[in-house]
Ligand binder design. Sequence first.
Ligand SMILES: NC(=O)c1ccc[n+]([C@@H]2O[C@H](COP(=O)([O-])OP(=O)(O)OC[C@H]3O[C@@H](n4cnc5c(N)ncnc54)[C@H](OP(=O)(O)O)[C@@H]3O)[C@@H](O)[C@H]2O)c1
Length: 277
Amino acid sequence: MRHIVVKQAMPSANQRALIEAQPQLASLQTDRYENILIVGATSTLAVAFAHILAKRKVRLFLAARNEEEAQRIGKDLAIRYGCPCTAGLFVAEDYASHKAFFEHVRKTLGAVDGVFVAVGELGDQALNQSNFERAKSVIESNYTGMVSLLTYVGEYCESRKQGYLIAVGSVAGDRGRQSNYVYGSAKAALATYLQGMRHRLSRNGVHVMTVKAGFIDTKMTYGLIKGPLVADTASVAKAIVAALERKRLVVYVPWFWQFIMFIIRAIPEWLFVKTKI
Ligand SMILES: NC(=O)c1ccc[n+]([C@@H]2O[C@H](COP(=O)([O-])OP(=O)(O)OC[C@H]3O[C@@H](n4cnc5c(N)ncnc54)[C@H](OP(=O)(O)O)[C@@H]3O)[C@@H](O)[C@H]2O)c1
């Protein structure tokens, strides 16, 4: 495999962590190409995940609503790692296009061995709670658009009796809070949907993994959060790959969110309503 060094500006903290993470993963290459579809491929987290996969023997299909940006990411990955990458258009709320979209991915890749879904929209809670059009957009990006796509992915994986599906949810779905309950409710619905899908598909050899992410430094949270609880994308992507290899069903990333959410869920409702979180 040919590596081309691309000259670039000083790497960010995220990029440095990503570069450091990669040598440890190089030994995990397999003999055949794995064909992986990444949906929401322009997500900062999805890009970090794609870097890890691209280092292995994978063929990637990068789907995003900004197809041009997905193409740019694909070219960069192909130059760095020599992996074949294709890009395509995926718009969560364009339900009518999803069947043809997945058919196109199948034809392009030959077979789809794994799907990673990173589509999500946080929105602004103040607007989400007062303007239904805003709330609908958040629900469509995080939930109904995913249900539409996963209908076709689920049928396909079930017929093949193999493959994996990873979808990125959020700790926000574990408890409704005043500060983000429109987004949180869509992620809660996604988690329940995935739970049912896992129940249905696990007996057919299909692995469905729910990622419950805490705060991550991405464009979604740009300018919104800071501090020690905010994780970089490279370490989160690495934790997701490790969880997939251990065949985890539900994984909190970073791991400590499992304990934080255990406590938050345990607070009785009468007390919780007095908090401002
Ligand atoms: N960052 C965090 O703290 C955090 C915490 C918990 C969970 N998550 C989840 O992690 C996943 C990845 O997000 P991220 O943090 O990497 O943020 P991000 O960079 O903003 O990625 C979100 C992705 O979703 C895409 N998207 C949004 N609405 C869409 C639509 N209607 N149709 C198609 N694509 C759409 C975005 O496309 P564009 O690039 O075109 O905008 C982007 O690719 C999301 O599911 C998010 O909810 C993030």
